[in-house]
Design a protein around this ligand. Structure first.
Ligand SMILES: Nc1ncnc2c1ncn2[C@@H]1O[C@H](COP(=O)(O)OP(=O)(O)OP(=O)(O)O)[C@@H](O)[C@H]1O
Ligand SMILES: [Mg+2]
Length: 137
């Protein structure tokens, strides 16, 4: 599935709607350059999963846990330098656990991701235009 959005708010709204089809154990791998809108889309998804408090990128920590009805794990691997670091954080326990995992910069741990997952690729078309491509495996 491919869609386009033309504003930050539209991407958030798409996320809110998309969240309705998510269930326990789902893993969403986000791909897309800096500023493409990964965190923005995740914000909408987290809202759609009825978590009410504001979300921001986990900046110094790699995982932010949102205790929603289904626990949400927002994982941002931007600052992950070495795949060996993931053992220390217990990252795979989140990803292979019962919550919903939303992973930014998923390519950094590509080989460790479950094959059954949802890939979300965001491309910058112009200042406000984004293409969001979703593939389910
Ligand atoms: N259609 C759009 N959808 C989403 N964001 C948009 C859109 N148009 C413009 N923007 C802007 O693009 C930026 C997206 O930032 P965001 O933090 O979501 O990106 P990111 O992919 O998470 O980046 P990073 O790799 O740094 O974590 C925001 O400043 C937002 O306002
Ligand atoms: Mg981000």
């Amino acid at each position: 599935m491919k869609i386009k959005t033309y504003s930050e708010e539209e991407t958030i709204e798409f996320g809110r709607q998309f969240a309705k089809r998510l269930k326990k154990g789902d893993v969403l791998a986000f791909y897309g350059e800096l500023g493409s809108g990964k965190t923005t889309l995740i914000k909408g998804i987290v809202e759609g999963l009825s978590y009410k408090k504001p979300i921001k990128s986990p900046s110094f920590i790699i995982v932010a846990v949102y205790p929603s009805e289904i626990p949400i794990y927002h994982i941002d691997l931007y600052r992950l330098n070495n795949i060996k670091e993931i053992d220390n954080i217990g990252l795979l326990e989140y990803i292979y656990g019962d919550g919903i995992s939303l992973i930014e910069w998923a390519e950094k741990i590509e080989e460790l991701l479950p094959k059954k997952r949802i890939n979300i690729k965001i491309s910058i078309i112009s200042e406000k235009e984004r293409e969001i491509e979703i593939e389910e495996f």
